[in-house]
Design a protein around this ligand. Structure first.
Ligand code: SF4
Length: 478
């Protein structure tokens, strides 16, 4: 039963997983907003909850399932009228989820999500008609909410199309720019190519249009994201890639900070490193997952790279980009990782001293090559190694933060908190070294007078005066 457009309806959108999934959620939010459907931050204030899931690794899948179950409970108790589940976990396990969690009214696999408003209307319509106890997939114009119908009904394919009309779920001054969809690599531990398909880059002019639209909205920092950003454009065969994109984005004056995330050592090259150094608003910051430091383990992971290549790429980057902040991701516990091979990883980390490291323990992913490989270390051993990597990295971070004390740094203000009962405030900011959500922060003490003149989205000079855990603290350099 289609709802009359006048009826107030609202959705709480829960976005899980990576920044690329967040862009999907923002695209959904844009479609919902244009259809006159309100977006609420609290589920209790909304008619329906949409959970945009992640299916990357064990922990992420468990978090997605726990989140769905939490809202299924709210639906059973009548707090919300409907529950819709989207994203990567649906691509992997829709049938199983539908069988085990009948409270879910619709499952939407990956698409451009333009059909989400009609799904929401159909679900709320049925809830009004059949009452809160309604379970099982709804039907709506364009076929059943099951896999066969939903891809077209819930919108066209997405691939290289523009993510225009997004409603940002980040503060407006910082946003992600997704360069495309899918991946051409075949890493033996990763299900993403199976979930999101082969690389489909967005045309350069589409990305420049998107970035300009974000800049008009007030975005000052964009973080470029993809499965492998350094592979950008290679599938289009138009003779351009990430260096050309950075040069074009660099011409958008309002964009003060352009940050490159998800580079790959196999596709990183000197031309890109030099372009990053030359384009003024491209930050001396790079996130480049290397995953491991042992020859045999990298080969078994099908990473298409080697410890020697990683060392060479890092040397080229540091030579080309002064003051580079280098982040990486490490995977421990992969089949074949002996104590000696783990030692080679620690050797690489001690030699390169990455500025920022995220480390995960391997979990076998259905449909990936790694599942069939023998010689997998125990979970205990993998967790111990992960802790060893993070312990080493904490020391690296502490000593590099100590060297920042006394220095003046440009920061981007993310928020200002007035400290209750105190005649002062605290600005939460990030320096060029700190990517949103994954790196540390700069905590800036402000007098009441200073706080009146500081807004989220401002760039300010801060004198670093000390460190606090993973963060540094400081004051305005006035
Ligand atoms: S580069 Fe490897 S790990 Fe990254 S998305 Fe592609 S297949 Fe997965």
């Amino acid at each position: 039963m289609a709802l009359t457009p006048t009826l107030d309806r609202s959705v709480c959108l829960v976005s899980l997983g990576c920044s690329k999934n967040l862009v999907d959620s923002e695209v959904m939010a844009g479609h919902l907003g244009r259809a006159g459907i309100g977006l609420m931050t609290e589920p209790e204030d909304s008619d329906l909850v949409v959970v945009n899931t992640c299916g990357f690794i064990d922990e992420a899948r468990q978090e997605s399932i726990d989140t769905i179950l939490r809202y299924a409970e709210l639906k059973r108790s009548g707090v919300i009228r409907g529950l819709v589940v989207t994203g990567c976990l649906v691509e992997l396990h829709e049938k199983q989820l539908a069988a085990e969690i009948p409270e879910v009214d619709a499952f939407l696999p990956l698409s451009d999500y333009s059909g989400v408003p009609s799904v929401v209307d159909a679900v709320i319509g049925r809830a009004i008609h059949d009452g809160p106890a309604s379970t099982g997939p709804v039907t709506f114009s364009g076929g059943g909410a099951s896999r066969s119908g939903s891809r077209t009904a819930s919108g066209g394919s997405k691939g290289g199309s523009a993510d225009l009309g997004r409603s940002l779920l980040t503060p407006v001054h910082t946003a992600y720019l997704r360069l495309g969809e899918g991946c051409n690599h075949i890493c033996a531990f990763c299900a993403i190519p199976k979930i999101r398909g082969k690389l489909q880059s967005k045309p350069l002019d589409v990305l420049v249009e998107e970035a300009s639209a974000l800049a008009q909205l007030g975005t000052r920092e964009i973080s470029l994201v993809a499965e492998d950003s350094t592979d950008y454009g290679k599938d289009l065969g138009k003779g351009y890639g990430l260096p050309e994109l950075l040069s074009e984005l660099g011409k958008i004056d309002e964009l003060k900070w352009i940050r490159v995330l998800y580079a790959h050592p196999a596709t990183m090259d000197d031309h890109l490193a030099r372009t990053m150094a030359e384009v003024p608003n491209v930050l001396p910051y790079l996130d480049m997952p290397v995953q491991h430091g042992d020859e045999a383990v990298l080969r078994a992971m099908r990473r298409g790279t080697s410890p020697a290549r990683i060392r060479q790429v890092v040397a080229e980057l540091r030579e080309a980009i002064p003051d580079l902040t280098l982040r990486t991701t490490i995977l421990v516990g992969f089949p074949g990782e002996t104590e000696r091979r783990f030692g080679h990883l620690m050797d690489l980390l001690e030699e390169i001293r990455f500025d920022r490291v995220g480390c995960f323990a391997y979990s076998p992913e259905e449909g990936t090559e790694g599942v069939n490989l023998g010689g997998r270390p125990s979970r205990r051993a993998a967790e111990d190694r992960r802790e060893q990597v993070m312990r080493f990295q904490r020391d690296v971070l502490r000593s590099s933060n100590k060297q920042r004390v006394g220095k003046v740094e440009e920061v981007l203000i993310d928020g200002v908190d007035t400290l209750a009962g105190l005649d002062s405030s605290l600005a939460v900011a990030r320096s060029r070294r700190d990517a949103p959500e994954i790196d540390g922060q700069v905590l800036v003490s402000l007098t009441a007078a200073q706080a009146e003149g500081v807004q989220p989205g401002d760039f300010r000079e801060v004198k670093i005066s000390g460190i606090k855990g993973y963060d540094v603290v400081g004051m305005l350099n006035e």
